[in-house]
Design a protein around this ligand. Structure first.
Ligand SMILES: [Mg+2]
Length: 402
């Protein structure tokens, strides 16, 4: 029987930090899993290195479900982003190995294709409406079928979602950047630039918007109502989701579709959102929600309630996560959309991925497993670089949700 012989935590910062987990079997087969928890990377690295690696050595790599249950139930301390990201890294690496052993791409092991490609959306942004409109035009010219639109709120320095330079990378400073927030200014401004996008480009593409947890339920309800005529594909994270019940109020007041879940890590975190049909899209991801094994469980629950998938895909999801996401997305019946921001050339030096963008869609690799290789020599040129996500404060100095 093949056994797990080696398991390594690999940390590299090709422009941003990535934690990668690599499992090697006694037959010499390797599998990769993403273990990146943006701004808290070393907690997951330690969880893996100090607590999970000793449990994995000698185990049968083919027993993916049993390993998942062993690590989840065996911890006694359940759920939470650190635990679920660590388990996800192991799970994803084992799926990669299973594909390589079977000589099949992972999506074939998940039931094969349910569609020809995976529709993605990317991020258009601008320091004002005019700049945003130019950026939307750029993404439509690149063939995107769906675009997220964000513009800087006047007098709100460092508004979330607005790119500085060529890459949107919010985890950019050695200590958290403190950014102001002004809800009334946002509520006045955001509907105007979303309307300007529709006015200039029409309705022949999907328009998305991220509220980034900034509103109370009643503010979110008001926002959703105010943009109903613009037919958004979704408004994302209109209010923080710890209290799932809060979405009922939003739901009762607006037909603007709702997407939630990028920072949630288990099926129990989205249980009521899904079963009570309080959302339209669930944004849980392979890397932060327990790997392919657990994410499929979330998506299957969602399918019962006509909730579609819309996984997170920001730059902190490594090419290993993006590849795994595309294998899942292409196979599940209730796929909705996939976030995709692409990666820089430095990231591509470390991670060689065969995922392909064409006509607004991503296509999985047909290589056995996930189709991603990790270049250790390239990674050695990019040592770990501590970074934090920003925090937000209101004008009176109180902390707000970033
Ligand atoms: Mg988001």
């Amino acid at each position: 029987m093949s056994t797990i012989e080696r398991a390594e935590v690999l940390i590299a910062s090709p422009g941003r930090n990535f934690v990668t987990f690599r499992i090697t079997t006694s037959d010499g087969v390797t599998g990769l899993g993403d273990a990146t928890l943006n701004g808290r990377e070393l907690a997951v690295a330690s969880y893996l290195r100090d607590h999970l690696v000793p449990l994995l050595i000698g185990r049968d790599p083919a027993r993916i479900e049993d390993t998942w249950q062993y690590l989840y139930r065996g911890a006694y301390w359940r759920r939470g982003p650190v635990t679920m990201t660590a388990i996800a890294a192991v799970d994803t690496a084992l799926w990669d190995i299973k594909g390589k052993v079977a000589n099949l791409p992972v999506y074939q092991l998940l039931g094969g294709r349910s569609r020809d490609g995976v529709m993605v959306y990317s991020h258009a942004s601008g320091s004002d409406s005019a700049e945003l409109l130019d950026d939307v035009a750029r993404f439509l010219d690149l063939g995107y079928l769906a675009v997220r639109a964000q513009a800087a709120v006047p007098n709100v320095k460092g508004t979330y979602g607005v790119r500085k330079g060529t890459v949107y990378e919010p985890a950019a400073t050695a200590l958290p950047d403190e950014q102001p927030w002004d809800t009334p200014a946002y509520l006045d401004f955001a509907p105007t630039y979303l309307a300007a996008v529709r006015e200039r480009f029409g309705f022949g593409f999907h328009l998305l918007h991220d509220v980034h947890h900034r509103l109370t339920p009643v503010e979110a309800a008001r926002f959703g109502k105010s943009v109903e005529d613009l037919r958004l594909f979704w408004m994302e994270d209109p209010t923080p989701a710890e209290n799932q019940e809060a979405f009922r109020l939003i739901r009762q007041h607006t037909t603007t579709p709702i997407a939630v879940g990028e920072n949630l890590s288990s099926i129990w975190d989205v249980q009521h959102l899904i079963t009570e049909q309080l959302i339209d899209y669930v944004r849980t991801t392979v890397v932060h929600a327990g790997g392919i094994t657990h994410l499929r469980r979330v998506f299957d629950l969602a399918a019962l309630y006509q909730v579609r998938t819309g996984s997170h895909g920001a730059t902190d999801l490594s090419p290993v996560s993006m590849a795994a996401a595309v294998h899942v997305d292409i196979s599940v019946p209730n796929f909705g959309i996939q976030e995709y921001m692409g990666h820089t050339p430095e990231v591509a030096e470390v991670f060689h991925s065969d995922v392909r963008f064409e006509n607004g869609m991503l296509h999985p690799s047909d290589a056995p497993g996930l189709g991603v290789e990790y270049d250790d020599d390239a990674a050695a040129r990019f040592p770990y670089d501590p970074r934090y996500l920003p925090v937000a404060r209101l004008a009176d100095g109180s902390m707000h949700d970033w």
